[in-house]
Design a protein around this ligand. Structure first.
Ligand code: SIN
Length: 302
């Protein structure tokens, strides 16, 4: 008899609160992220009929995510999704920069298998931690899914990696998303090989419009170590204080690429006749920064 072998799921662990430990379980807010090894995290999850392989890619608080670690993670995800005996990949990640990693992996890799990123808002050793449930859900979703791409599986919800945002700083279901729409920006996307080969990261800075935004920060940086890109998180429809706009125009004239996004969580930016900078359409300021960074990686590689 020919028995069909179950394909395996590979869990790539990067740290986060899901692997965090509180000193005192009654004070879950006082904890250190990235402490529990992935094998131990899986030990608390019942894995009926699943073939799971694990890799500890990193053990960090995701506020400390770096481009070097993104490279490493991209290489491991690309490797595993290309294996015939792999059904999909689960990534455990801190919630804080998860949306950037999700956008980055989806944009560069566009995996042809399910890649589920999961996380937790409570450390692993508090009695009602959400980590084991989220990990179990991510494994079950990956096992059953024929989706292609990066998704975030958390708190009973599945979000597209391209548009997911951490929009609540305390709730267990801290993520929201919308259906992906095409960005009007014609930014280049480097190949996986180009990202992996990149040794000098382009610098793209994020600047916020606000009352009294005078462009001082932009002018100071341009005078010392000019970034190759700027994303301005404008007010409302991406509007900028006249003084900040003047400083960013100077930066653009000095060769930096400037993009305009919105500091509002949802809605993006629409064109207006008076626009002096290209806008990032539906992308959030944080996503626009990753998109511009990737564009620069591709330009440098060409
Ligand atoms: C982190 O992002 O690593 C810490 C916060 C979290 O996972 O919720």
């Amino acid at each position: 008899m020919n028995v069909k072998k179950t394909k395996k799921i590979v869990v790539l662990a990067t740290g986060g609160t899901i692997a965090g430990l509180a000193l005192d379980a009654s004070q879950p807010q006082n904890y250190t992220a990235g402490q529990v090894a992935v094998a131990d995290l899986l030990g608390s999850v019942i894995l009926k009929g699943l073939d799971v392989q694990t890799e500890q890619v990193a053990q960090i608080d995701s506020k400390d995510m770096s481009f070097g670690l993104w490279q490493r993670l991209l290489a491991r995800v690309a490797h595993w999704v290309s294996q015939d005996d792999v059904q999909g990949v689960v990534i455990t990640h801190g919630t804080d920069t998860l949306e950037e990693t999700a956008y980055f992996l989806q944009t560069v890799l566009q995996p042809t298998k399910p890649v589920a990123i999961t996380c937790a808002m409570l450390p692993a050793n508090v009695p009602d931690s959400d980590g084991p449930g989220n990990l179990k859900e991510a494994l079950a979703w990956t096992q059953a899914s024929d989706s292609q791409g990066v998704y975030v599986v958390c708190a009973g919800q599945v979000h597209p990696g391209q548009t997911v945002q951490k929009s609540h700083s305390q709730q267990r279901n801290s993520f929201t998303s919308q259906a992906p729409v095409t960005s009007p920006l014609s930014l280049r996307v480097p190949s996986v090989a180009q990202v992996l080969a990149c040794k000098r990261w382009p610098r793209v800075e994020l600047v916020l419009n606000h009352t009294g935004a005078d462009g001082h920060l932009v002018r100071t940086l341009m005078a010392h170590d000019a970034p190759q890109g700027w994303v301005a998180a404008g007010t409302g429809n991406g509007t900028l204080h006249l003084d900040l706009e003047a400083a960013l125009l100077e930066a653009q004239n000095q060769g930096s690429i400037v993009l305009r996004a919105s500091r509002c969580a949802w809605g993006g930016v629409q064109s207006r006749d008076a626009d002096v900078f290209p806008h990032a359409g539906p992308l959030t300021a944080v996503q626009a920064r990753v998109a511009l960074w990737l564009h620069l990686v591709s330009l440098h590689a060409a």
